[in-house]
Design a protein around this ligand. Structure first.
Ligand SMILES: Nc1ncnc2c1ncn2[C@@H]1O[C@H](COP(=O)(O)OP(=O)(O)O)[C@@H](O)[C@H]1O
Ligand SMILES: [Mg+2]
Length: 485
């Protein structure tokens, strides 16, 4: 369980550390290392210092007490208590660390001391020295800190005991001041380290940030952006390689754009040629073929009238009917190819005629046509032709593929665009499959025509739920160079 807990903590740390920027990481590492080093060193130095100074304190306490004991011997032997008191006070005055000093005679009575307000209770028993001891030191905890209380027998214990208390005040002061200095040094080194880290980060991350900016620019098709090469190091070489990559992308994009323009021009040319040819054939059918067929019909009618009793009268009537039917077919074919009404009267009338003709030919399909917003308004001829052809193709598809009952067509002319929607309730198809394969160029042609006019097309279809084609062509953006004859 603890293993899983540590692993979870570790992953949490890695995830949160991974989420911060490189700058923060470098700062964190530098600051962490400096602080760790500084605090560890300070702690270690403090420990060593305390040990050494306390040892020294101990030795000093022993030396001072032994000195006191030696100098007190004669005074005790001659019983000069006054001189003994002066000796104790001199010792305390000369050594500020000496907190107290007193002499105990061989019967255990204090015969001289430095306490102004009398001997503190329990102090005498706090440090017991045997007569054969060289010295005996105990560390006492008092309200004034630790005190090294040393006892030294005087004259082998025959003249009493000299006791001296050495305060650790000085030691504490020294240790604290050195610790303070070390901590100050740590803070200064941290500040220096952070400044160095900031500079280092600036040097290291600046090119990387520029690379990131350049990558963003490239992703937004801006190929003019270049990364500055700051140095000849690894990052510098990466920047150079990145610049080369942008140049290659720029070249490729330029070539692609040129190819796209060529393709658009080619498609435009093909469509224009197709429209021209349709127009020519339609005119030919109307001017020549229709005229000939009309003459033929008139001739046949005259023949019919002149030989009312001819044996072949029935045959002549039959031929006249065939000629009439052919004339109608030619007429319908001419409308399909290129209705002159599209040029003469505009899109709404041409569409109405086309749909009426279509309805007549396919009575099983119920066609609903709505045209709005065209009041006395003519669209650019390329837009009219494109919309006419798109609706023609959509209706043909409905008859050929949809098995629909109803088709509805809406053409709406707005201020800056024209919208066309062709819906059917037929069987639908899978739009995600590639519908413009070989030989199936109808929907592809719709897309091409709309894109050439900077418009949008959307084909929505679902199996069993019919098909809808939405076309939107902007009118302001329509350029005159797009021309279909
Ligand atoms: N209204 C529609 N209803 C059902 N399927 C359609 C419809 N329009 C197009 N399709 C499907 O999309 C395919 C591609 O249509 P299209 O590009 O016009 O080529 P084509 O009509 O020559 O087959 C058709 O073969 C047909 O399967
Ligand atoms: Mg088609």
């Amino acid at each position: 369980m603890t293993k899983a807990f540590f692993r979870r903590c570790f992953y949490k740390f890695i995830t949160s550390a991974g989420a911060v920027s490189v700058r923060t990481k470098i700062m964190g590492i530098v600051l962490g290392l400096v602080l760790l080093l500084g605090f560890t060193l300070t702690w270690q130095v403090r420990q060593l210092l305390v040990k050494a100074l306390y040892e020294q304190q101990h030795q000093e306490a022993v030396a001072l007490t032994r000195d006191l004991s030696a100098r007190a011997t004669d005074l005790i032997l001659i019983n000069d208590l006054y001189a003994l008191q002066v000796l104790l006070q001199d010792t305390q005055r000369n050594y500020p660390n000496v907190l107290y000093a007193f002499i105990i005679d061989k019967d255990g009575y204090v015969i001289a001391h430095t306490f102004d307000q009398g001997m503190p209770p329990n102090l005498i028993d706090a440090n017991i020295v045997q007569n054969n001891d060289y010295e005996h030191t105990v560390i006492l905890q008092t309200s004034e800190g630790y005190v090294w209380d040393t006892a030294v027998p005087i004259f082998g214990g025959n003249a009493g005991i000299a006791r001296l208390g050495l305060s650790d005040y000085q030691v504490k002061q020294t240790v604290n001041s050195i610790t303070g200095q070390l901590l100050l040094t740590t803070v200064l080194v941290s500040v220096l380290g952070i400044s160095a880290a900031i500079f280092l980060m600036w040097v290291l991350t600046r090119p990387i940030i520029e690379l990131v900016d350049a990558a963003h620019a490239v992703s937004q098709q801006n190929f003019s952006h270049r990364v500055r090469v700051w140095a000849e190091d690894e990052i510098g070489r990466l920047s150079q390689a990145f610049n080369m990559m942008i140049e290659a992308l720029e070249r490729a994009e330029k070539e692609r754009a040129e190819r796209e323009i060529l393709r658009a021009q080619y498609v435009q040319g093909v469509i224009a040629a197709q429209e021209d040819e349709r127009k020519r054939v339609a005119r030919e059918l109307h001017d020549s073929t229709s005229q000939s067929l009309t003459s033929l019909m008139i001739g046949l009618k005259m023949l019919e009238e002149t030989c009312q009793r001819c044996r072949k009268l029935e045959r002549v009537s039959e031929l006249r009917n065939i000629a009439g039917q052919t004339l109608e077919d030619v007429h319908s074919l001419a409308i399909q190819l290129r209705p002159s009404v599209l040029d003469d009267l505009g899109l709404p009338d041409a569409l109405r005629r086309y749909v009426a003709e279509f309805q007549r030919r396919y009575p099983s399909l119920n066609i609903d046509l709505a045209i709005t917003g065209f009041e006395n308004r003519r669209l650019p001829s390329e837009v009219e032709t494109a919309l006419y052809r798109i609706i023609q193709e959509a209706l043909t598809n409905i008859i050929r593929h949809a098995e629909a009952q109803t088709a509805s067509i809406l053409v709406e002319c707005r201020a800056n665009s024209v919208l066309a929607i062709v819906d059917d309730d037929g069987k639908g198809f899978d739009v995600s499959s590639k519908f413009y394969q070989d030989g199936h160029l109808g929907l592809y042609g719709i897309q091409e025509r709309v894109e050439l006019l900077s418009g949008q097309v959307e084909i929505e279809s679902e199996l069993g739920h019919g098909t809808s084609i939405y076309v939107n062509i902007p009118l302001a953006a329509t350029t005159k160079e797009v021309f279909y004859g």
